[in-house]
Design a protein around this ligand. Structure first.
Ligand code: SF4
Length: 180
C-alpha cells in the first residue's frame, strides 16, 4: 500500500499538528474486553448499568478516552490556553485503522507511576502506549478536572454496560474521517 501525503489535524482552522499517514495496519487492544475492573474484588463489587457512573475513576486511571473533532478546542478554552499548547503539553495523538486508512485522534496523556507523562505529549504514540494502563493527566484524584470538556469517549463510556453500547474507537475515528 502506498503511503499517503502528510495528514493535517486542524485546530481553530490552522494546521497546528502534522502527523504522517502510516500505511501498515495497526492492531490495538480488543474493544470486547473491559480491562478496568481487573484487580477488583470480584463480580459482587461491580456496579450495574442502572447506577450510571459511580465515579470510582477506574477508567480514568487506566485508559483515557479519545476526543471527537472540535473538542480539543473546547478543552483548551476551559483551561484558558491555546489549543496547540494543550496538544503539546497534555495530549498525545493515537491512531487506528479504519477501512484501510490510518486515522489519527487526540487523547489525554497517560501518566506513569511517578506522575510523569508515560510518553512525550504532542507526539504520535505507538502500540506500547496503547497497551499501557496509566492515569489520565486530567484526573485530579477525585474526578475529571475538565469534566465540562472531557472527551466524547469519556462522556459516553460506562464501564458496567456491554462494550457495544459504549462509543468505540472505530466510531470515533469515523467522526474524524467525516470531519464531524
Ligand atoms: S478526560 Fe476526564 S473523564 Fe476522561 S479519562 Fe481523563 S479524567 Fe477521566
Amino acid at each position: 500500500m502506498t503511503a499517503k501525503p502528510v495528514q493535517q489535524l486542524r485546530i481553530h482552522g490552522r494546521e497546528e499538528t502534522q502527523v504522517r499517514v502510516i500505511p501498515e495496519s495497526v492492531d490495538g487492544p480488543s474493544e470486547d474486553e473491559n480491562p478496568y475492573w481487573l484487580g477488583e474484588d470480584g463480580d459482587a463489587a461491580l456496579p450495574t448499568p442502572e447506577q450510571g457512573c459511580i465515579q470510582r475513576g477506574l477508567c480514568c486511571k487506566s485508559s483515557p478516552g479519545w476526543y471527537a473533532p472540535g473538542e480539543v478546542e473546547k478543552a483548551a478554552e476551559l483551561l484558558g490556553i491555546a489549543p496547540d499548547v494543550l496538544v503539546r503539553s497534555k495530549l498525545v495523538v493515537d491512531r487506528i485503522e479504519v477501512d484501510g486508512q490510518i486515522v489519527h485522534v487526540f487523547a489525554p496523556v497517560k501518566l506513569d507511576r511517578f506522575g510523569k507523562p508515560a510518553f512525550a505529549p504532542g507526539k504520535v504514540v505507538d502500540e506500547l502506549y496503547r497497551m499501557l494502563k496509566g492515569t489520565c493527566v486530567f484526573f485530579d484524584g477525585k474526578g475529571c478536572g475538565i469534566y465540562a470538556a472531557r472527551p466524547l469517549e469519556c462522556a459516553r463510556y460506562l464501564c458496567s454496560q456491554p462494550a457495544e453500547r459504549n462509543l468505540s474507537h472505530h466510531e470515533l475515528a469515523q467522526m474524524w474521517l467525516q470531519g464531524q
